[in-house]
Design a protein around this ligand. Structure first.
Ligand code: CU
Length: 475
């Protein structure tokens, strides 16, 4: 302090200047001004202050403000971190027992609704898949009481945690299997921070979905502090037409989920314009990697499954390859209002059911049970091979989740987080896709806090209108 302004004070001052000019006018100066070469032949470049309220370059690439790298959110530095937000996933409750945080995990079969009406049979923890999130702090001592309610042996590995060997959860190598009906207790200290996870260390059970996040916060938030901290688990499953059971032997994967749901049933993340936001990605797919692309912003890769990265190693990206069993933490300043996609860029992961079909889908909206109930009155087929095919068990294939009926749409659209998005938005969000909404404070309050009616498309239209107004009234 006595050496003058800290980096943070300078940054806050810079942000304050940015806010001042914003309130004076909705218009903005150019971010970067290049001047013609001067007498020395060098091109002079001037950078404006970073703005949290519109996309801006911020400064030269080695500066703190370059693309918002170290620009703080609205929260003060030096406080404890915000808790993690996990759309569509629960957290494990805990109780303090003689100074130890005690969590209970039951290994269970699970029914999980990937899309409205598409209920899949999987395995997980505490009746959910993915398992509920364990959230703890650096320095905690934790006790994890694990009951096996599955019909077969299991064990839990604490992925990335530097635990004593007897608690590493590998059958044979570090412990005996936890047999059906048995309980096993793990207990250790947490000295790390970051995005970790727990999972069965039986391979086929992993392919059935037996994994959950294990988030460890520092006692004091990392600097610059974030206002929001989201966490997402990416998964693939092989669940073929007419089936609800995952095939753990498969090499191809046709259902893609984020926090246990497929787009557009993945619940949007919502933040306020100007906030600093962290997103933690964990890929728990059995076999496939996900290049996760975020629209409308450049983010900084700030952490991996190994924990926080030093600032000098942060990388600016808009797409980060999240390999199997890897974590990628990224942060950005939500400067650009909109409903922005965050999605895997592999085209087969951008929708469900990229599988070979046994026959053409020629009878939409009619499922196998209806055929079986009334074979003599079956709807006519448009195939010359009709008679042969109709004798094939399981034909026609029921392509779950490929079309949306009214009740499906209602279940997707009625969620608070999706209010006012563009009419038809659901058509562009499929498979391993979700949306992160960046809303100016007044619109955020309408969507997330008020109960007033919002018409479909209303919020999107307001954002477009404001962009146009800003363009028409430059400084
Ligand atoms: Cu993918």
């Amino acid at each position: 302090m006595k050496d003058g302004l800290t980096r943070r004070q300078m940054m806050n001052a810079g942000v304050a200047i940015g806010l001042g000019s914003l309130s004076a006018s909705l218009g903005h100066a150019e971010n970067v001004v290049s001047r013609p070469a001067n007498a020395t032949g060098k091109v002079e470049v001037e950078y404006s202050t970073y703005s949290r309220f519109q996309p801006s370059f911020g400064g030269p690439p080695n500066s703190d403000q370059f693309l918002g790298k170290l620009v703080p959110g609205f929260r003060q530095a030096g406080l404890e971190p915000v808790m993690v937000e996990t759309p569509d996933m629960e957290k494990v409750p805990w109780k303090m027992v003689n100074g130890v945080k005690e969590f209970t995990l039951r290994c269970t079969p699970v029914k999980r609704e990937f899309l409205p009406g598409q209920v899949m049979d999987l395995w997980g923890y505490n009746d959910t898949m993915p398992g509920p999130v364990i959230e703890a702090f650096q320095g905690d001592r934790v006790r994890l009481v694990v009951h096996n309610e599955l019909p077969e042996p299991t064990s839990i590995h604490w992925h990335g945690l530097e635990v004593p060997i007897q608690y590493d959860g590998v059958p044979g190598v570090t412990q005996d299997y936890i047999l059906p009906g048995e309980t096993y207790v793990y207990e250790y200290d947490l000295h790390q921070t970051g995005t970790f996870f727990y999972h069965s260390h039986v391979a086929m059970q992993e392919a059935f979905g037996m994994a959950g996040l294990f988030i460890i916060h520092p006692r004091i938030a990392y600097d610059p502090p974030v206002d929001r901290d989201f966490a997402l688990v990416l998964q693939n499953f092989s669940i073929l037409p007419n089936s609800t059971t995952a095939d753990s032997m498969a090499m191809d994967w046709n259902w893609h989920t984020i926090n246990g749901r497929s787009g557009p049933y993945t619940t949007p993340m919502v933040c306020k314009q100007g906030e600093r936001v962290r997103v933690r990605l964990v890929n728990f797919s059995p076999m496939q990697h996900h290049p996760m692309h975020f629209h409308g912003h450049t983010f900084w890769l700030t952490g991996t499954e190994g924990g926080r990265m030093p600032e000098t190693a942060w990388v600016p990206r808009n797409n980060t390859l999240t390999g199997v069993a890897m974590a990628q933490d990224f942060e950005f300043v939500a400067s650009n209002p909109g409903d922005w996609l965050l999605h895997c860029h592999m085209v087969h992961h951008m929708m469900n059911h990229m599988v070979r079909q046994v026959g053409p889908r020629i009878r939409e909206g009619v499922d196998v049970s209806q055929y079986a109930a009334s074979l003599t009155n079956r709807p006519p087929a448009r195939s010359s091979l009709e008679k042969v095919r109709l004798r094939t068990p399981g034909y026609p294939q029921k392509m779950q989740g490929m079309h949306m009926d009214q009740s499906t749409m209602t279940q997707i659209m009625r969620r608070r987080e999706a209010r006012g998005m563009r009419v038809g938005w659901h058509m562009g969000v499929k498979g391993l896709m979700t949306v992160l909404r960046v809303l100016p404070e007044d619109l955020y309050n309408r969507v997330m806090l008020s109960n007033e009616e919002i018409k479909p498309g209303e919020i999107f239209q307001a954002l477009v209108k404001r962009n146009e107004q800003r363009r028409m009234t430059p400084d």
